[in-house]
Ligand binder design. Sequence first.
Ligand code: 2BA
Length: 109
Amino acid sequence: MKLILAIVQEKDSRRLMEALVAAEFQATMLASTGGFLREGNSTILIGTDEARVDDALAVIQKTCRVREQLVSPLPPVVEPVDSYISYPVKVQVGGATVFVLDVERLVKI
Ligand code: 2BA
């Protein structure tokens, strides 16, 4: 058995959960926060047989989009704040960051 851990944008999370359930995957959605943008995203846990991992990845790929986002970099600590001009930079976020982990045991009590 495998655990798929997919970090996705909040905008895609509801559609992804619906698509996973429609494809008969069991999934859990957790609210999470990205370290770089410090914005909300969603972490989806999917426990599944190894044989269905690629199917789950296909659902994620079909549902989650890459988007560009503008970020204002924080001023460097060494520069006086009033002399620092910050220009927003574009970063690409998503579609999804996916980890596939081995599950030693699944117990439902
Ligand atoms: P964030 O950490 O908020 O990162 C959002 C996007 O900012 C990233 O998109 C990436 O394009 C960019 N980015 C991140 N760190 C950067 C840096 N040091 N310099 C320049 N740009 C940077 P994604 O790569 O699609 O990641 C989306 C979210 O997935 C991340 O949100 C984070 O929550 C998670 N994530 C990505 N890689 C991860 C990893 N190796 N371990 C754990 N979580 C990860």
